[in-house]
Design a protein around this ligand. Structure first.
Ligand SMILES: *Cc1c(COP(=O)(O)O)cnc(C)c1O
Length: 384
């Protein structure tokens, strides 16, 4: 069993040592002045990362809790929501809204497709607008990054609120919450934000607050209003995950110190490096060969190879963890996550390991080229 570990899944992701150190500090009380100062700074940094002037609410849960909060605060009994989906996480929106008894309208694409703003505009026109539109920016199950700027624009003027799952994309690819008119963006700590799992984040626009007033679904822990009031003081409504907040604060500081644009460029170059390495090996991409795809690279498993087996071998032999496919793509694809605290040497290690594991499984691949092609590609600073 390998001792050194490489974590290249689309969450959780590796954490910088400074984040780990901050999280190991002695416990402080969440009502004391020290935690309140920490929370206030962290909330300010979150606004900068979301690129919003609005409140960003912090809950202790995985990212799905933030998604659920959007449904329970914005939805109404027997009211309609419109889910736009093209993969596993889009389907999750439908499952949550269904569980709350909403009437789910679905603009559903095949897994791997990219939702079209025109289709959304016509569906909204058919429905007469006034709905809650549930979107996914980075569909982590397929590697497709949707154009949520255009999708949110299609919602404008229809009286609808645009809700975006930015769980795997926030901090990796551009998301301009205020400028693009995104009413609600949800995210989590464990992807590009370089923090362990456990914090869910939600930005809420004025229109979304007004919409919430009409909501009549049950909500308690995830009631946005309760948390907003608490954060204003700031005196947490419930015991927060104190150590995670300390870690997130440091991680956001690292991200903002270099600047978001530098992070976006880094991710775009990592995506390009990964794709070029994959193609050099002779493998076929599942995710688009396009710079938007800077979160996860999805690769088709060669004929006769089950991706799940290779993923398990990679971990056992080399300590390299990548992901297989989810749902209908199980065993059909590999997914290399390159978000957050990842550099091109991590990506090269994953490609080199994949190459060995596939060759051992008898796949017909080109050996000895993927890692160097990835390094070369990353070194080319094509502007994004
Ligand atoms: C990871 C992820 C989620 C789920 O987040 P959890 O933290 O596991 O609840 C939801 N949506 C997308 C797009 C994701 O990548």
């Amino acid at each position: 069993v390998a001792e050194k570990h490489y974590l290249l899944t689309p969450g959780p992701t590796p954490i910088p040592p400074q984040v780990a150190t901050a999280m190991a500090a002695p416990m402080i009380h969440h009502r004391g002045a020290d935690f309140r100062a920490l929370l206030q700074r962290c909330l300010q940094r979150l606004r900068e990362v979301f690129r919003t002037e609005q409140d960003v609410l912090v809950f202790t849960s995985s990212g799905t809790g933030a998604m659920e909060s959007a449904v329970s605060n914005l939805g109404t009994r027997d009211g309609r929501v419109l889910v736009v989906s093209a993969g596993h996480f889009g389907e999750r929106w439908a499952a949550i809204a269904g569980a709350y008894g909403c009437e789910v309208e679905h603009l559903r694409y095949a897994w791997g497709e990219n939702p079209s703003p025109d289709d959304l505009a016509s569906r909204l026109a058919e429905l007469g607008g006034e709905t809650v539109v549930l979107l996914t920016q980075s569909e982590t199950s397929t590697g497709v990054v949707a154009d949520v700027q255009a999708l949110a624009a299609a919602c404008r003027g229809t009286g609808s609120v645009a809700v975006v799952d930015a769980i795997s994309s926030l901090g990796a690819v551009p998301l301009e919450v205020d400028e693009w008119g995104i009413d609600v963006a949800v995210s989590g700590s464990q992807k590009a934000l370089m923090t362990p799992p456990g914090l869910a984040l939600v930005s809420v626009s004025q229109a979304a607050w007004r919409r919430r007033e009409q909501g009549d679904l049950p909500r308690f822990y995830f009631d946005w209003e309760r948390t907003r009031k608490a954060q204003e003081r700031p005196l947490p409504a419930f015991t927060p995950a104190v150590s995670l907040v300390a870690g997130l604060d440091v991680a956001l500081g690292l991200l903002l110190e270099k600047g978001l644009d530098a992070a976006f460029e880094h991710h775009a170059r990592l995506g390009r490096a990964c794709r070029e390495g994959v193609k050099a090996m002779g493998l076929e991409l599942f995710s688009p060969d396009d710079d938007r795809s800077a979160v996860v690279t999805a690769i088709r498993a060669p004929d006769g190879v089950e991706s799940g087996e290779i993923v398990a071998k990679l971990r056992e032999r080399f300590g390299i963890t990548i992901a297989g496919g989810q749902g209908e793509l199980r065993d059909k694809i590999f997914r290399i996550g390159h978000i957050g605290y990842i550099d091109v040497f991590d990506v090269s290690a994953a490609l080199a390991g994949l190459e060995v594991a596939l060759a051992d499984a008898g796949a017909d691949i080109e050996r000895g080229v993927a890692a160097s092609r990835a390094l070369e590609t990353y070194a080319q600073r094509t502007p994004v």
